[in-house]
Ligand binder design. Structure first.
Ligand code: PAF
Length: 282
């Protein structure tokens, strides 16, 4: 695996690959890799000749009171894992090379980012849209793979790529879960032993409601209060949102009459967990 720390190095390496007509698959990450990231690497390898990953903890997607400074950084370990998974190139730029001191441009994807996580994390999606646009412009990969765990991020990136005519196919990778159902996330390490026991109930409760919606075609607004009170009873401290949305546009839905997605964010103590499940439309 070749590690490129500058934009010039990665562009030169990719130019050689593209000249030999090989396709490039890309998995952007902020490091702190777990099985979820590795499943995305596998998808990229299966869909392209050359697999490129990036590690960059993007300051623009953290709010002022969020965990940018303490976000886990373990470059050597992550690089070794990527190498063992057959990654060919790793792009690991410095902060200054990506965001020089007078950096003044922001990419904004409206509508799809305004609800759900966009309400409590106003800087988040603009920060992601900006870094993802930059990475896709620097690398120009044939495909890029993003996890369904961050469902609103994935939907936003699909919209961004369509709107800006970026010539990269976006592939969503299914969420990878622990045995008890908890979606894998770098932030699960913040949970205490007690909190970790509560965490899987988010997926369990979402799955129960999804089954009920699919089987009975009940109205979502009738089920939402019970879902919220079940999460609080299970030990969640507060709920940011639970919404039933159209699987593509993320517009709010009440009747499950087309492919939908149940999205949720809830807090256990100081840790905010997000998750989502599919709802089959009739
Ligand atoms: O999903 C992530 O890890 C990040 O949001 C991403 C896509 C790497 C952009 O920083």
């Amino acid at each position: 695996m070749i590690i490129c720390k500058t934009k010039k190095d990665i562009r030169d390496a990719l130019a050689r690959i593209k000249n030999s007509h090989r396709t490039v698959g890309f998995v952007p990450t902020m490091g702190s890799l777990h099985e979820g990231h590795l499943s995305l690497v596998k998808i990229a390898r299966e869909n392209a000749d050359i697999m490129v990953a990036s590690i960059f903890v993007n300051p623009l997607q953290f709010g002022p009171n969020e965990d940018f400074d303490t976000y886990p950084r373990q470059f050597e370990e992550d690089a070794a894992v990527l190498k063992s998974q057959g990654c060919d190139l790793l792009f690991a730029p410095t902060r200054d090379s990506i965001f020089p001191s007078n950096f003044s441009t922001q990419v904004t994807v409206s509508q799809i980012t305004e609800n759900h996580c966009g309400v409590s994390r106003p800087a988040f999606f603009g920060g992601i849209a900006t870094i993802v646009t930059k990475l896709l412009m620097i690398l120009a990969p044939d495909i890029a793979v993003f996890g369904e765990k961050d469902y609103q991020q994935l939907a936003m990136i699909r919209r961004l790529v369509r709107d800006l005519d970026i010539d990269t196919q976006i592939i969503g990778g299914p969420t990878v879960r622990e045995e008890d159902g908890l979606a894998m996330s770098s932030r699960n390490n913040y949970l205490s032993k007690e909190e970790r026991k509560i965490a899987p109930s988010l997926y369990r409760e979402l799955s129960n409601v999804s089954d009920e919606l699919t089987k009975t075609q009940k109205n979502w607004m009738g089920l939402k209060p019970t879902l919220e009170s079940n999460l609080l009873k299970a030990g969640f401290s507060s709920i940011d949102y639970v919404d039933l949305v159209d699987a593509t546009s993320l517009e709010l839905m009440n009747q499950p009459n087309r492919a939908g997605r149940l999205l949720a964010a809830a807090w256990i103590g100081k840790t905010r967990l997000i998750d989502n499940v599919a709802v089959m439309g009739m």
